[in-house]
Design a protein around this ligand. Structure first.
Ligand SMILES: NC(=O)c1ccc[n+]([C@@H]2O[C@H](COP(=O)([O-])OP(=O)(O)OC[C@H]3O[C@@H](n4cnc5c(N)ncnc54)[C@H](O)[C@@H]3O)[C@@H](O)[C@H]2O)c1
Length: 310
């Protein structure tokens, strides 16, 4: 099996590459290093079945030789990126998606889009099943990301319906783990770094907003299960276990042994108050279930960040 992974140098992409190589696949990574890092792939230097092509997917992607799978994870994805790279995000979701679908069409490869729970926007339905159509503000601060992914899904279905490409779509909910960017700005790396540096843990709002957090190894298993399933319609992947942001801050503080205090700041505009996947579809059709507990996942994440900071 030979796969092209766009976004290979990123957090999720690099874990996915590791798993594919463990499975005996050959992998060509494509990444422009906008938010990813060569360090995430440093352990693969000289690997006989892996190479990285440094390229923007907004330019046509040409890969020599046969390709069986094309996976599109190439997009800046963290809220701090929405104000830094809105145009790049829109381009990766639209032009980048089209270019990777063209590659899949040319090679007769199966295509998988890494979409997001953000397609549901600030949801009015809880938990969110895949047929919920969302509550997105296209002109809001998160519009660049939400609408890019909605367009990417529409592109994917168009190639599926009219260009004969076998396609899969996964809507990823909050995922955390080792190799998350240090300046990612999302809640887990924020708390972990603040706890390890003995700085105050910053909670936005009163901390009663909830998150459901999926450990990256579980997510990678779900991506591969969706990729190899016969189902073209979207799958939610994440966890159903909800935790308030304040509870999470306390848990990180406890697991890290930190003495940091918890401080409160105003909630940023557009920050979702609650988001939780309905995983019935993935459970029934993929037989997939997240397995790593939040405590265990946070321990592994803390270990990683300790080694990065030391
Ligand atoms: N981490 C999450 O919780 C989460 C949640 C929902 C969806 N996702 C999706 O999963 C994918 C991976 O996310 P991540 O958290 O690993 O983010 P990341 O920023 O760590 O990885 C994205 C990778 O894509 C690369 N990239 C960005 N634009 C590119 C372009 N135009 N051409 C080539 N490479 C480009 C970046 O350099 C980076 O290596 C993204 O598509 C994201 O939307 C992630």
């Amino acid at each position: 099996m030979r796969a092209v992974v766009a976004g290979a140098a990123g957090f999720i992409g690099s874990h996915l590459v590791d798993r594919m190589l463990e499975m005996g696949w050959e992998v060509v990574g494509v990444d422009n290093l906008l938010t990813g890092s060569r360090a995430n792939l440093a352990h693969l230097a000289g690997h006989p079945r892996f190479r990285l092509v440094e390229q923007d997917v907004c330019r046509p992607v040409e890969i020599l030789g046969p390709v069986d799978r094309v996976l599109h994870l190439a997009s800046a994805a963290s809220p701090v990126d929405f104000s830094r790279f809105p145009v790049e995000i829109l381009m990766a979701g639209t032009v980048g998606t089209r270019n990777l679908l063209e590659l899949a069409a040319a090679k007769g490869a199966r295509f998988l889009l890494a979409s997001t729970s953000e397609v549901y926007g600030d949801p009015l339905v809880h938990p969110q099943p895949e047929d919920y159509r969302g509550n997105v503000d296209p002109t809001g601060p998160r519009g660049c990301y939400d609408e890019a992914k909605r367009c990417a899904e529409a592109f994917t279905m168009a190639y599926h319906r009219t260009r004969g490409v076998e396609t899969r779509i996964v809507r990823i909910f909050n995922t955390y783990g080792p190799r998350t960017r240090v300046d990612d700005g999302r809640v887990v790396p924020n708390f972990v770094l603040q706890a390890l540096r003995q700085q105050p843990l910053t909670v936005y709002g009163d901390g009663s907003q909830t998150r459901s957090l999926c450990y990256v190894d579980d997510l990678v298993s779900g991506l591969l299960a969706a990729l190899e399933s016969p189902e073209p319609m979207p799958f939610n992947l994440g966890t159903e276990q909800e935790i308030t942001v304040l509870e999470l801050a306390r848990l990180v503080r406890q697991l890290s042994g930190s003495t940091s205090e918890i401080t409160f700041r105003p909630l940023p505009p557009g920050d979702p108050l609650r988001r939780r996947p309905d995983l019935s579809r993935a459970r029934t059709l993929l037989g997939w279930e997240p397995r790593v507990s939040l405590q265990e996942g946070l321990r592994r994440t803390l270990d990683h960040f300790r080694s990065v900071l030391s």
